[in-house]
Write a protein that binds this ligand. Structure first.
Ligand code: NAP
Length: 260
């Protein structure tokens, strides 16, 4: 299926690894020129070189912390008028609700709500004027089904979801879409890190914990980041302009509902 994205440009945030990298790869494969960001320059440059070699697309690494104004300015300087914006950043740390203080909440909001909103503010007018824009926010299955130890994530991502729900309906008439992708467990460094604490407590290996989680999923496995990237590219397709303000859960069926 040709997604009609050849010659388009994208900013993919937090993309040297995991889900962000998978989105950058899938878009590059469609002929999109990609600016990708992450904090660690060496890892980012390596990832960019690999994606370039695999796809032949123009891939520009921009090192920086996307949750800072300087990090966002650098990404926007490299791609001032993107056709596609994929919002992503590291997830907040797990912990006990009473252990989170004011600063923890501010950091979570900065990373997972205010940073995506700032980037959307920066690119939205241009997308509307050019009559093409695709914005995809990587949030979490925790938006639909809260994870007790990830209170910071549950709250900040729900805030972003609410903020863009109305905005998506305001800009759809300009062929600008805003949608959210909600990952369940995908096999990335983040999943391994989040499983490490439980594994240590249970005296078991991380691989063991992930295998147990996989068994409890209706799909019988955890997600492959490449599948996530393909879903992102589909939401960005030229023909996806009627998909507006959706929250697409990619969790192998774990969220048990007649309608998700
Ligand atoms: P990952 O494998 O740990 O990759 C995170 C990527 O983000 C890395 O490239 C990292 O590079 C970059 N990054 C982190 N903080 C950044 C920042 N402040 N500025 C720029 N780049 C930054 O994580 P992932 O599993 O792909 O997760 C992506 C998002 O999805 C996270 O918010 C996570 O909480 C959420 N999520 C993941 C899962 C899952 O199962 N994987 C499930 C639900 C939600 P640097 O460290 O070099 O910056």
């Amino acid at each position: 299926m040709d997604l009609g994205l050849k010659g388009k440009s994208a900013i993919v945030c937090a993309a040297s690894k995991g889900l962000g990298r998978a989105c950058a790869t899938a878009l590059a494969r469609e002929g999109v020129s990609v600016v990708m960001t992450a904090r660690n320059a060496a890892t980012l440059e390596q990832a960019a070189a690999e994606i370039r070699a695999a796809t032949g697309a123009k891939v520009t690494p921009v090192a920086g912390d996307i949750t800072t104004e300087a990090g966002r300015a650098a990404a926007l300087a490299a791609c001032p008028a993107p056709d596609i914006l994929v919002n992503n950043a590291g997830g907040p740390p797990p912990g006990d609700f009473l252990g989170f203080d004011h600063d923890d909440w501010i950091r979570a909001l900065e990373s997972n709500m205010l940073t995506p909103l700032a980037l959307i503010r920066a690119v939205l007018d241009g997308m509307c004027a050019r009559r093409f824009g695709r914005i995809v926010n990587i949030t979490s299955a925790a938006v639909k089904s809260p994870i007790a130890t990830l209170g910071l994530s549950n709250g900040a991502r729900a805030g972003l979801t609410g903020a863009v729900a109305g905005l998506a309906r305001q800009v759809a008439k300009h062929n600008v879409t805003i949608n959210n992708l909600l990952p369940g467990p995908f096999l990335t460094d983040r999943l391994r890190a989040n499983s490490a604490e439980a594994a240590a407590k249970a005296g078991r290996s991380v691989d063991d914990m992930i295998a147990e989680r996989a068994k409890s999923s209706p799909a019988g496995r955890v997600g492959d980041p490449a599948e996530f990237g393909e879903a992102c590219a589909f939401l960005c397709a030229a023909s996806s302009g009627f998909i507006v303000g959706q929250n697409l859960l990619l969790d192998g069926g774990a969220f048990n509902a007649t309608m998700a």
